[in-house]
Design a protein around this ligand. Structure first.
Ligand code: EPU
Length: 420
């Protein structure tokens, strides 16, 4: 039988909740193992389904992945690397595309199907990856059920991203480390996970400058060495817990092991809407607030307000006084979950796929619901935690893709949530 979460809402929440390593940082580190002979040790790896899939991918490609306990993993090549990315794994998570460049750079050939992942955009294209690899000298063929890329030796290139892309920036930055000569990437994404990845690559012998700015320069090297790497804290998880604390507004919640500096756009909004919070160096304290006010939000690439926090913020706005416009600029299916919120009692009007107006405050009521994707899923869990009555939530694989032991950690702060 499929697992479910059962939540009895409106329990007062207080206490301490710890943030795990960032999913979207960890997923970009596993593929680096393909580029080195020496072992790579990863510290602070979140125990989540997407990371399990990345580990299975490495095993399928000829690597040994050892769980050393305490969120530490060690990866080492064991046999000749296979150049076929298994379709059943690539279909499960979008970050699987990060394995393409390292295989192309080291083996000269790679076969892979179109990557899957959360269904949050009508299409989630990979054109900018393919164009980038082509500029670096690769030949791309579209076969019946897969792509085939080949290149004798990749060479550095000047690449301008027509649209800001996180994984695209990370993929081409990583691949360029083993290309001949200099690569310049322009209009890059600036997310903290990108700077973290560049720091790690540089420690392994790469020559990258400018990561975290729109222009990244990479000078190719012959090989990369292994090493140790601590995954940065998950800023989306930290922001989500902060929004949960504000929406519940029932007690003091301390969020630990995080990097508050990565969430500037959220603090600017909290200042406007009246959330009572204090930031430490690696912790966030959310205290009960007198009254939460409605405020519009527009999602934007970093350092703007993250699309991955939009769904949780939308739930918060159902508890705020006034009307707010939620403008989701990155994905066209990320507001569809508001239908479910409306069924729980929210007053939300969808203007078009990118815009919704939330009128608050409204009471929410528990119901049976199915989680559509990871971030909509966590938002609906926040809704269930503040709703009156019982909510039964299915398709929780989507939550387990990105949040480690969510039920356990929420129980620690007083939530009545069971995984059955
Ligand atoms: N895009 C293209 N062509 C491409 C690549 C992207 O048109 O070749 C478009 C996308 O369709 C989208 C926009 O560019 O409209 C931005 O997409 P981006 O490439 O930045 O997204 P991503 O790298 O696939 C990462 C995170 C997402 C997060 C976005 C935006 C990972 C594994 N995923 O996705 O995280 O929403 O950046 O910040 O890092 C999540 O964790 O729930 C999640 C979806």
């Amino acid at each position: 039988m499929e697992s479910k979460f059962v939540i009895n809402g409106q329990k007062p929440l207080s206490g301490t909740i710890k943030v795990k390593g960032a999913k979207n940082a960890a997923l970009k580190v596993f593929p680096l193992a393909l580029m080195m002979d020496e072992p790579i040790k990863m510290i602070n790896v979140p125990d989540i389904e997407d990371c399990h899939r990345a580990q299975e991918m490495l095993v399928a490609l000829g690597h040994e992945v050892k769980d050393l306990g305490g969120s530490v993993m060690q990866i080492q090549r064991k046999s000749k690397v296979c150049v076929n990315l298994p379709a059943d794994l690539v279909n499960k998570f979008r970050a699987a595309v990060m394995f393409v460049g390292p295989l192309l750079a080291t083996c000269g050939e790679v076969y892979f199907p179109h990557p899957g992942g959360c269904v949050i955009g009508a299409t989630r294209p990979i054109d900018m990856f393919l164009d980038g690899f082509a500029k670096m000298g690769a030949k791309a063929e579209i076969l019946e059920n897969s792509y085939r890329l080949t290149a004798k030796k990749l060479r550095g290139a000047k690449i301008f991203f027509p649209k800001v892309t996180v994984t695209g920036t990370e993929s081409l930055m990583t691949t360029a480390c083993l290309a001949q000569g200099e690569t310049i990437l322009e209009n890059c994404a600036m997310e903290p996970e990108i700077s973290a990845l560049a720091d790690l690559l540089n420690r392994m012998g790469a020559k990258i400058s400018g990561a975290g700015t729109p222009t990244i320069k990479i000078t190719g090297v012959d090989k990369l060495g292994g090493g140790e790497y601590k995954i940065i804290p998950d800023r989306i998880e930290a922001g989500t817990f902060a929004i949960l604390a504000a929406a519940s507004n029932s007690g003091e919640i301390i969020i630990e092991d995080c990097e508050p500096a990565h969430l500037g756009a959220l603090w600017a909004l909290f200042d406007k809407i009246g959330v009572n919070y204090e930031l430490g160096k690696s912790s966030i304290k959310i205290k009960p607030s007198a009254k939460i006010l409605a405020e519009d939000v527009v999602t934007h690439e970093y350092p703007g307000f993250a699309t991955d926090l939009q769904s949780a913020y939308t739930v918060l706005m159902t508890q705020a006084h006034g009307s707010s416009l939620i403008h989701e600029t990155i994905y066209d299916r990320r507001l569809l979950f508001t239908d479910t919120l409306t069924q729980m009692g929210a007053d939300i009007i969808m203007a078009d796929p990118h815009r919704a107006v939330v009128n608050g405050p409204t009471k929410l009521y528990g119901r049976k619901l199915v989680i559509p994707d990871l971030r909509a899923g966590i938002a609906l869990i926040i809704a269930a935690l503040i709703a009156k009555g019982k909510t039964e939530i299915s398709n929780i694989y989507q939550i387990e893709r990105g949040y480690e032991d969510l039920a356990g950690r929420l129980k620690n702060i007083g939530a009545d949530i069971q995984k059955i």
